[in-house]
Ligand binder design. Structure first.
Ligand code: P6P
Length: 352
């Protein structure tokens, strides 16, 4: 069978949903409305451009694309040149198409409104343009994470500050979510709320090609991901759970576990999407005053939707991530996600 490119996959999904809903044409009630299909294609092209820029490393641009940008982001974190470049690529790719009303990024304090010279569309896009940037200079996998929301009717888009309110929707309101992982291959992993599909970048074709559909995370696992150097800061339920896994066969879980920690959420989550596991960046004494380490709107929510769509689970330890009512754009939350039975176990310890 001919390779199914992303464009073909999106078109098929649009037509299939039209037939399922019994409507005369997919245009009446597609699972993937044409503007959303266009949005995803634009984001996928931006991810291809980011992948190419990253691949140049020290050879790209004046003095290469590695190293510090000499500025800090809204989180107070030093920005890498590629953080800034990836953010610009996503902004420029998405602002002219007429499918978006506004965008929000980890790298920008306020939302970016679509300039008045372009038509505004019905969607909002949030993204972490380059997640895991501490790994850029040491050539370890990094990624782009994005989430798509509908812009509420009558949203106040009179200013960037006013626009923040339009984004403050729970993760269950997402109409699409995805990530690109820039590793040995560049992958695009997507969901529209009806399962998870994986596309591999064919660099000769210059297209993302479908390589996996209906991703399923194994409910059981023998692999956990957490930054062990924070152990002394953990809350008791996490301490108990990790101690039990480290005890392995000799402990109450009766099996040995393996540990991985890439320090790129995208890479750790993709491993879990591929072979199971549990990823934890829990609340701890070090990040308690900020509410957690990872950001809700463009890290936790998109990853939680993808993981749940692949049969996994995603909580803060105390509640389902997708149910959280956001209070502000750059809100941080604890994240425990992956194989369902493991997430339920450690979440249960928080209730004990
Ligand atoms: P630590 C990257 O900066 C990130 O936001 C996630 O991608 C990653 O999982 C986490 O932070 C790593 O945090 O404290 O281990 O450096």
């Amino acid at each position: 069978m001919a390779q199914r490119t992303l464009a073909r996959y999106l078109t098929d999904a649009q037509r299939e949903s039209g037939r399922e809903s019994g409507c005369d044409s997919a245009l009446e009630s597609p699972l993937i409305p044409s503007d959303l299909k266009f949005l995803i294609e634009v984001v996928s092209r931006a991810c291809k451009a980011i992948s190419i820029a990253i691949g140049k490393g020290a050879l790209g641009g004046e003095g290469g694309v590695l190293g510090e940008a000499g500025s800090d982001n809204v989180q107070g974190e030093a920005q890498k040149k590629l953080d800034v470049l990836s953010n610009e690529i996503l902004l420029e790719a998405n602002e002219w198409g007429g499918h978006l009303a506004a965008m929000a990024s980890e790298e920008m304090d306020l939302p970016h409104l679509v300039p008045n010279r372009f038509p505004k569309g019905e969607y909002l896009l949030t993204f972490d343009p380059l997640d895991g940037s501490s790994n850029i200079d040491v050539n370890v996998s990094i990624g782009t994470i994005f989430s798509v929301l509908r812009c509420p009717e009558g949203a106040d888009l009179s200013s960037e500050a006013a626009a923040e309110q339009a984004f403050l929707q729970p993760g269950t309101a997402q109409v699409a979510a995805g990530y690109a992982v820039y590793g040995p291959t560049t992958l695009l992993v997507l969901t529209f709320g009806a399962g998870v599909a994986v596309f591999t970048l064919d660099r000769e074709l210059g297209e993302f090609v479908l390589t996996q559909e209906n991703v399923q995370i194994p409910a059981e696992t023998k692999e956990f991901a957490i930054n062990m150097s924070n152990q002394r800061f953990w809350e008791a339920p996490v301490k108990r759970y990790v101690d039990e896994m480290v005890a392995g066969k000799t402990g109450p879980l009766g099996k040995d576990y393996n540990m991985r920690w890439v320090a790129s959420m995208v890479a750790d989550v993709h491993r879990i999407m591929t072979r199971g596991g549990i990823f934890m960046y829990p609340l701890d004494e070090k990040v308690r005053d900020k509410g957690g380490k990872l950001r809700l709107m463009y890290e936790a929510n998109p990853m939680a939707l993808l993981v749940e769509q692949a049969g996994g689970a995603a909580t803060t330890g105390r509640q389902r991530i997708l149910d959280i009512a956001p209070q502000h754009l750059h809100q941080r939350v604890p994240v425990i996600l992956g194989s369902k039975s493991e997430v339920e176990r450690v979440t249960g310890y928080h209730q004990a």
